[in-house]
Write a protein that binds this ligand. Sequence first.
Ligand code: SAM
Length: 288
Amino acid sequence: MKHPVADIEFERQGPIRKLVKTCLINPLANYTPAPIMRAVLRFGKSELAAANWSDPGGWRSMVISYEGNPRQIADKLLVNGGTMSMALRNRKRLGSRVLADLIDATGDHCAHVLCLGAGPGNIIIDAMLAADTQSEATLVDLSSDAFEHGLARAAKCNLSDRVRYIQSDVRDIKPLLEYPPDIVKMLGICEYLSDEQITEIASAVAEVMPPHASIVFNSISKAHGNDRFFRRVFGLHMIHRTPHQLQDLMASAGFGEFSATAEPLGVYHVIVGRRGDNHPAATATKES
Ligand SMILES: C[S@@+](CC[C@H](N)C(=O)[O-])C[C@H]1O[C@@H](n2cnc3c(N)ncnc32)[C@H](O)[C@@H]1O
């Protein structure tokens, strides 16, 4: 690997911090009545809570966690000390490193990365900046205001002419595939999709990807310890799956040769799969 994962500066937590969270903070957050928790967050003017209330799992709450410098005290506790926010920043670092390597591995042509549920595109922009090979990205998201934020960052990084944003539901991906991707990125999206939707999307992209092209996605475990809090207080309903469960879904869409890397808090694995030679669409093309 060109940029080894071993030198990524991950956020970690020691045994005492972990114990205090498991025995005290998480039970308090998970089992205090939700109206009380919501009132406390409203009183504390939490921007993280407000972002989740207006768009649960949306890009704004993600960016607040990524930036890691919120203004309000309630957010400082959640963003700097919360396992989920730390794990999100770890996933961003790991995901962008993995993508930079995959871009470099595509050779010397300009790699096309298709980013599904991309938000503003922070991960792919980091990857494009880190890669030695030129690349371009198509970013698909439901939310057009994510694009304003993303375009401003792309402009600062001199990448405006290499990113294009498309407002669409990733469940309607087929019409957007006339420009085949070398790499598909599905980070931060599978936890909001059903098994059927993941398989359908992965099958549609596999049909147009070259053999051995990569798909990058993540699993999420309940190791963050706050699922009950997220569901009751933030209205955030994530589908937790193991790396194997996701790999099985991707395998049924024609991907294989999976390799999964965990971030150190054990919440996320970033997984790379390769499109197989024997995808049904490729077989049909060969036979016709
Ligand atoms: C948690 S954010 C992740 C953003 C980015 N992928 C990242 O990891 O930094 C999830 C994003 O997926 C988008 N999203 C959720 N469901 C979607 C769908 N069906 N089609 C397109 N975008 C979707 C949301 O608008 C949001 O921007």
